[in-house]
Design a protein around this ligand. Structure first.
Ligand code: NAP
Length: 258
């Protein structure tokens, strides 16, 4: 759809990266339900359209924008487009992510650089581009996706380092941007049923059902997480009422994992 900026609106505009599917799509839908206009960003604009259609079909405002979050020029253009077509973004969820798992001795430099590029460089570029709208508005909510893998996970030296890095990045944003009314927090999910965990099951040579069953046995609440579990946490962290919570890492893992 062609979104129209509403200059008189007090509606907040949120950007969610990697929002064509999985956790990002659930967060985008949830923030729209919460009353925000939502920019649905992902590599492929067409892939974002079904999430945008769902939001607009329910009476909300949304915009699909193609961007590779690790590309500086593309990020600048995407954030400017959101501001022009949807409204100044004052909520940002850095969710886009990839895995390139391998044991350290088999991990290529490309596996390392790709994961750092999407998670760390991508979140840095998106946040740097969006923060000026937040500091101008004297209001902002930034949520970064970390992971329980930040605590260390076999076969994920690259991903674990990136997700631990997201925590340090988040805490520093909280320190630098707090005086502008901007909070920054991280969500560290445990096992969530998405295409990402489906790909892990396939690599392990087991069915997704077997993987889910095995995971549920290890998780104190006795089930795998769903994208909506993360969306609910993001919703609260992006709400006005959470303004005194900043620099925190919330493990959403069905049990204590930090
Ligand atoms: P997912 O289903 O694989 O979705 C990730 C999305 O990010 C995809 O739509 C993907 O696009 C997009 N993306 C990848 N690289 C991108 C780039 N350079 N620029 C823009 N978008 C890009 O993953 P998910 O399970 O929902 O995970 C979402 C976030 O939660 C990730 O940061 C992940 O690390 C984190 N997380 C997930 C779990 C879990 O158990 N699922 C646990 C802890 C943390 P394409 O489809 O085009 O590749």
């Amino acid at each position: 759809m062609t979104a129209q900026p509403d200059q008189n609106s007090t509606q907040r505009t949120a950007i969610v990266t990697g929002a064509a599917r999985g956790i990002g799509a659930a967060v985008a839908r949830r923030l729209a339900t919460d009353g925000m206009a939502v920019a649905v960003l992902d590599l492929d604009e067409a892939a974002c359209q079904s999430v945008v259609d769902e939001i607009t079909g329910a009476g909300g405002r949304a915009l699909a924008v193609a961007v590779d979050v690790s590309d500086e020029a593309a990020v600048t253009a995407a954030v400017e487009r959101v501001a022009t077509e949807l409204g100044a973004p004052t909520v940002l969820v850095n969710n886009a992510g990839i895995i390139r798992d391998n044991m350290l001795f088999k991990m290529s430099v490309d596996d390392w650089d790709s994961v750092m590029g999407v998670h760390l460089r991508g979140s840095f570029l998106m946040t740097r581009a969006a923060q000026r709208y937040m500091t101008e508005a004297k209001y902002g909510r930034i949520v970064n996706l970390s992971s329980t893998s930040a605590l260390g996970n076999r076969g994920q030296a690259n991903y674990a380092a990136a997700k631990a890095g997201m925590q340090g990045f988040t805490k520093t944003l909280a320190l630098e941007l707090g005086k502008f009314g901007v909070t920054a927090n991280a969500i560290a999910p445990g096992f969530i049923a998405t295409d990402m965990t489906k790909a892990t099951a396939a690599r392990m040579g087991i069915t997704f059902e077997e993987f889910l069953e095995g995971a549920a046995k290890q998780i104190p609440v006795g089930r795998a997480g769903q994208p909506e579990d993360i969306a609910a946490t993001a919703s609260w962290l992006c709400a006005e009422e959470s303004g005194f919570v900043s620099g925190q890492v919330i493990y959403v893992a069905g049990g204590p994992r930090d």
